[in-house]
Design a binder for this molecule. Structure first.
Ligand SMILES: O=C(O)CCC(=O)C(=O)O
Ligand SMILES: [Fe+2]
Length: 515
């Protein structure tokens, strides 16, 4: 199981799975209903007989026929009836349910954890408030699905287990608020107001916020004065508070567990929220871009719409309408069944590993995998004038909710990442340029941001963003640092091509200062 929640494509299959298990569940219920029907009829038969007999018991038992009948009913029928009652009516359905719910692609608590991580990224990046989410509001937009108190509780519980106490607080608050206004249209097992309060107290305890812990404990005992945890905790907390008072330890005015934000993260998050000066593609009506007719004779016939984001180093531009809807459909159809959890190169273990720095699913393609790829490769050469002879394979990616790619460089740094560089690059060179194609729109979030350039690219289906990662002398340009912002609403599909420097001796000869 490589985390269903890390791609929308994986999540779509869950609805089919749910539909199937609901059908089996229905089968189980029908089988049990049929059993209950038979039991009801049996009850009725015996009741009628007994009602008749009891009017004149003596008459009934003195008649040899009816007295035999009574003995037969009790001695023989009930043995069979007990067997029938005990046998499981929907056993085959139950077996099927077990098979489904224990199969490797059925979501587990690890998937919940992954989804909660995504939510916490959303919470911190977009300042999403649980008090809005509980009413179905995301970033000021009202959606038709609100969260249940159970969802909010699970979110808090998992955030608590992961040590995100500050965020967990907000989810528990929302869960309690929602629980109070929710008419209990849902039946939950092992979940009620006490469950929420108990976890909320644990979370406050973990933050050493004993005043609020005491407040929740009081609420818990008001709700149920027999709650054992509440009784024990109440004493404990009073003791701690008395002890603290004695030693003058005070928490007055302290903010508990607020996540620290370093300037770099802060800047990145601003970009994700759309606060950079350069947001492309330009959305204003006066937007203009030039047509590329150089590079290749082909472009005189089919010029390309290019919008330059950065003229100086690193050169960076957007190509509009560069892949067609039909090509996009082909790519997605191809990739959907093949997507796997994306990984990153880990300098420590010198291998590629799944990491919370990069949550998406991907699949790689070479030119021989489908007729479409050589066509795209030719187009990429026409677009850039660069040779694709040493480029890496096409990488198709799909991001789930909260899916992101933390700030990174596409090139290999020396000597920082010497191993990674040596490992992959001695033959084909470093990643001179990146071409990133958006093959879906994203309803909210999912920008690609370049904090050093204060530039952000909003995904737009059919466009490509191109940039040089290396300076003309072949060294990496740290200004190309970039990140994929968490997806807020929607499914983000991209594909990319990492172009290598060693194929470019004719297209882009080395400058004099190359060493
Ligand atoms: O998906 C994005 O917006 C960025 C992806 C990226 O940076 C990469 O694949 O190297
Ligand atoms: Fe990248």
């Amino acid at each position: 199981n490589d985390s269903v929640a890390t791609s929308i494509s994986g999540m779509e299959m869950l609805l089919d799975t749910e539909k199937k298990i609901l059908m089996i569940f229905e089968g189980y219920i029908k089988a049990n209903e049929a059993k209950i029907e038979i039991l009801k009829r049996k009850l009725e038969e015996y009741q009628i007989e007994n009602d008749r007999a009891i009017i004149d018991p003596e008459k009934y038992v003195t008649n040899p026929l009816s007295s035999f009948s009574l003995i037969r009913r009790l001695a023989s029928d009930w043995k069979d009836l007990m067997q029938y009652i005990e046998a499981d009516a929907g056993e085959s359905f139950l077996t099927q349910l077990k098979t489904y719910t224990t199969s490797s692609d059925f979501p587990t608590s690890e998937d919940v954890t992954e989804a909660v991580k995504g939510f916490i990224r959303i919470q911190s990046t977009y300042k999403l408030k649980p008090s809005d989410a509980m009413n179905g509001i995301i970033n000021g937009v009202q959606y038709d699905h609100a969260l249940h108190s159970k969802d909010l509780y699970e979110m808090g519980s998992d955030a608590f287990s992961q040590g995100f106490y500050y965020y967990a607080d907000e989810w528990f608050k929302a869960s309690l608020a929602k629980h109070d206004i929710e008419d209990s249209e849902y039946i939950y097992f092992n979940f009620n107001k006490e469950t929420i309060l108990e976890k909320a107290i644990d979370n406050k305890f973990a933050q050493k916020d004993y005043h609020v812990a005491l407040k929740y404990t009081t609420q818990l005992l008001q709700h149920n004065d027999n709650n054992e945890k509440g009784i024990t905790l109440f004493k404990d907390i009073e003791q701690i508070l008395a002890f603290n008072a004695l030693r003058n330890i005070t928490n007055e005015g302290k903010v508990f567990g607020e996540p620290s934000t370093d300037p770099e993260t802060e800047s990145f998050e601003r970009g994700c929220r759309g606060d950079y000066s350069k947001i492309r593609p330009r959305l204003s009506p006066e937007f203009s871009c030039h047509f590329v007719t150089e590079n290749h004779p082909f472009l005189k016939i089919a010029p390309m719409k290019v919008e330059v984001i950065n003229v100086e180093e690193p050169y960076m531009a957007i190509f509009h309408d560069i892949v067609s809807d039909k090509e996009i459909e082909t790519l997605k159809t191809l990739a959907k069944p093949q997507l796997k959890r994306a990984f990153v190169y880990d300098p420590e273990s010198k291998t590629s590993i799944a990491s919370s720095h990069r949550t998406s699913k991907f699949a790689w393609y070479s030119d021989t995998d489908d007729d479409l790829f050589p066509i795209l490769t030719q187009r990429l050469e026409d677009m850039t004038g660069l040779s694709m002879s040493t480029s890496e394979q096409f990488q198709v990616m799909n991001y789930g909710i909260g899916g992101h790619y933390a700030t990174h460089k596409d090139y290999f740094d020396e000597p920082e990442n010497l191993e990674g560089f040596k490992y992959t690059s001695y033959k084909i060179g470093n990643r001179i340029a990146t071409m990133l194609f958006y093959i879906s729109d994203v309803e909210q979030g999912g920008f690609t941001v370049f904090p050093s350039l204060l530039a952000a690219v909003k995904p737009k289906k059919g466009t490509c963003v191109f940039w040089y990662n290396l300076k003309p002398n072949g060294n990496g340009n740290p200004k190309t640092n970039h990140a994929a912002c968490p997806v807020l609403v929607g499914s983000k599909w991209v594909f990319n091509k990492w172009i290598r420097s060693n194929g470019q001796m004719f297209a882009k000869p080395c400058p004099a200062d190359y060493q």
